[in-house]
Write a protein that binds this ligand. Structure first.
Ligand code: PNS
Length: 166
């Protein structure tokens, strides 16, 4: 069975991520979407919340959502996966992604990275853009999975309330 891992911050999952997930789920027998916990980079959603949002947005039988704190190369070994999936939006993503692919392969020589070019429709999209737009009265249906739009709006509201209260 060919298992691949699609790692990321997913703070929160966007339609761009979802597009990569659907394509990778067709290319591999099993896809593990893994939220990587980074103690130095705090998002607006906790890792547990991101996992919950991903689970709500994904309805594919061969896709599992998980979270991990540590080196991706070790997680891949643990899950017996030999492929990492990454989405590439633009040339600007390329350099950092290739560097990470080389490092991951050095740490775990059984592990390789495959890149999926982002569909043109989502080339401009990122979780950062989604969060910024969620603060305003903008239609988010072409940006975020429908199932999570209200959660993101609410979280940005809460964040603004917390800042105003200071
Ligand atoms: O969605 P992101 O923020 O671009 O994802 C980056 C991520 C989580 C894939 C990357 O930071 C990562 O792999 N973190 C795990 C720690 C690790 O294994 N580092 C070594 C690779 S340089």
């Amino acid at each position: 069975m060919k298992t691949a891992i699609y790692p990321g911050s997913f703070d929160p999952v966007t339609l761009g991520h979802l597009n990569i997930i659907k394509r990778a789920a067709k290319a591999f027998d099993q896809l593990i979407v893994c939220v990587l916990v980074n103690s130095e980079k705090h998002g607006i959603f906790s890792a547990e919340e991101r996992v919950e949002l991903l689970r709500r947005a994904i309805s594919l039988e061969n896709v599992e959502v998980d979270m991990y704190s540590g080196l991706l190369a070790n997680y891949a070994k643990q899950r017996d996966a030999r492929v990492l999936v990454k989405g590439l939006r633009a040339f600007s993503d390329f350099e950092a992604e290739v560097q990470m692919a080389i490092i991951n392969n050095k740490l775990n020589p059984d592990l390789d990275t495959v890149f999926f070019p982002s569909s043109q429709k989502f080339n401009y999209l990122s979780s950062t853009v989604a969060k910024e737009l969620a603060r305003y009265d903008v239609n988010l249906e072409e940006i975020l999975p429908r199932e999570i739009i209200e959660d993101v709006r609410r979280k940005m509201e809460e964040k603004r309330g917390a800042c105003d209260g200071k």
